[in-house]
Design a protein around this ligand. Structure first.
Ligand code: EPZ
Length: 455
């Protein structure tokens, strides 16, 4: 076994970068995977530590690149980050926080979008912030207009420069009355991280209410924030003068859990996802059952497998919570290539999230993408100009092919497709997947996947 980054992989030579794997497919994935803290909560909770006067402890932090990026950004701003006694925990001490220069920030911002969430905390702490141009998966143009409009509403001066955005708040930040044009997760987090220390009350309407948002509200309340929310997506935040550090265990990563569940469906496997919880996956579980998947829910996690009958086609519309998450559709589509009939997936959150489908069709799938979406009598999610639709006709046997990973969730789907296909596939760009899935190779090995790291 050779140690490769965070993983021992049979047959891998130590010099391999972990970017290219060769998969021999056609075998069901069977076994257990442990899903730890949510990528899309842990990274935000780390940023929130900047707001505390005392150190914070974050538990169940996933060992992924997005966490490393945020850790580096915190450290260039003088936050001391160290491993806690409990495995997978971090201690974040902001007492020496300071400004950082552009070169340092830009060098560490990497391909993440999280830096935009540093604005509010840095403005409270230092009266200024600089955010380099953002990265993140290429699944649309990923604008930040909602973020900047919100920061201006708090009284920040936003100066867009060629290399990024410089912000200042000479008069400090005051409560704001904000209505989001769309329940954006990131913009809601931006408002929460800014409002908690602003002078006065903030009312946020049309807010995102994803479980990761509610967990972040829990983190902020532990710090001393006063936050309430109503069933109609309205959140009230009463600014306070001082916040202290938190001790928090991140909720589980429901996107990773849904990915492994879809892998069990596609490969006719049987996977116990330790740490998965029913409540945060309710909508996913309904669709899983309609497709013909079976699951057993226990206190420790959820066991996912294909049912006895052949997989059935479904019509799915992605939506904001509590709808079907946009991050869940890519892995599910791989399973739908094996369903008996025609399925439709309407992607209503992002304008370019079907990039991974081309490779599936190369492998033998029959998927047609409608770039301007599709109407239909069954539609419940409000039509958006940017939406697209994928029509999947199955079952189609998949055969191995050489494929390049386009983005995090699409890339994971390529791996599921290669594991489902008969024959050998060569998947390049796997590093993107390891950015968002902790111990990815180790988990594939534990589930009996037959693969080698070849590049
Ligand atoms: C978060 O992205 C997640 N990323 C995404 O997961 C997730 O798919 C998305 O929320 C939706 O749930 C992180 O948390 C790091 P949005 P975010 O702001 O915050 C538009 C993954 O794989 N919009 O809710 O960027 C935007 O274009 C990633 O883990 C604006 O127009 O998503 C999109 O159409 C992929 N202007 C919609 O809102 C803005 O200023 C949803 O975006 C902000 C957003």
């Amino acid at each position: 076994m050779t140690l490769l980054g965070d993983t021992k992989v049979a047959g891998a030579s130590a010099s391999r970068s972990g970017e290219v794997i060769q998969i021999r497919g056609g075998r069901p994935l069977r076994g257990q995977v442990d899903v730890r803290g949510a990528k899309n909560l842990a990274t935000k909770a780390m940023v929130a530590s900047l707001l505390g006067e005392t150190p914070s402890t974050l538990r169940d932090v996933p060992d992924i690149r997005d966490v490393e990026v945020v850790r580096s950004l915190l450290e260039v701003h003088g936050v001391a980050v160290s491993e806690g006694e409990e495995p997978g925990s971090l201690i974040l001490d902001p007492s020496a926080a300071k400004s950082a220069n552009f070169e340092e920030i830009d060098a560490h911002a990497g391909s993440s979008r999280i830096p935009i969430l540093f604005c509010g905390p840095l403005l409270h702490l230092l009266g200024q912030a600089f955010i380099p141009d953002l990265g993140g998966c290429r699944i649309g143009d990923r604008p930040i207009d909602f973020h900047l409009d919100a920061l201006r509403a708090f009284g920040a001066i936003v100066d867009k420069q060629p290399s990024g955005i410089r912000l200042s708040a000479p008069e400090g930040l005051h409560g704001a009355d904000i209505e989001l044009p769309y329940p954006s997760v990131g913009a809601t987090e931006q408002v929460l991280l800014t409002a908690v220390r602003a002078n006065g009350v903030t009312e946020l309407r049309n807010a995102a209410i994803e479980p990761e948002i509610m967990d972040l509200i829990g983190v902020l309340q532990k710090m001393g924030a006063i936050i309430s929310y109503e069933p109609n997506r309205v959140i009230f935040i009463e600014g306070v003068q001082e916040l202290r550090g938190y001790d928090h265990r991140s909720l589980f990563d429901r996107n990773e859990a849904a990915s492994w569940a879809s892998a069990a469906l596609a490969t006719d496997g049987d996977i116990f996802v330790k740490g998965a919880r029913q409540y945060e996956m309710l909508t996913f579980l309904n669709v899983y059952r309609k497709v013909g998947g079976d699951f057993d829910i226990t206190d420790e996690g959820i066991r996912f497998r294909r049912g006895e009958a052949p997989l059935k086609p479904v019509i799915v519309e992605t939506d904001v919570h509590p709808g079907f998450m946009t991050d869940w559709q890519q892995p599910l589509i791989v399973a739908l290539t094996q369903a008996h009939g025609t399925s439709v997936v309407h992607e209503t959150v992002y304008e370019n999230r079907f990039g991974f489908i081309e490779a599936l069709n190369q492998m033998g799938a029959d998927i047609v993408v409608h770039p301007r979406g599709l109407d239909g009598p069954y539609r419940r999610v409000p039509r958006r100009a940017l939406e697209q639709a994928a029509v999947i006709t199955g079952p189609t046997p998949l055969r191995g092919a050489d494929i390049v990973v386009p983005d995090l969730r699409g890339g994971y789907s390529h791996v599921i497709a290669a594991l489902t296909a008969e024959g050998t596939s060569r998947v390049s760009g796997v590093g993107i997947i390891r950015r968002g899935y902790e111990k990815f190779f180790e988990k594939l090995t534990a589930l009996g996947a037959d693969f080698d790291v070849v590049g």
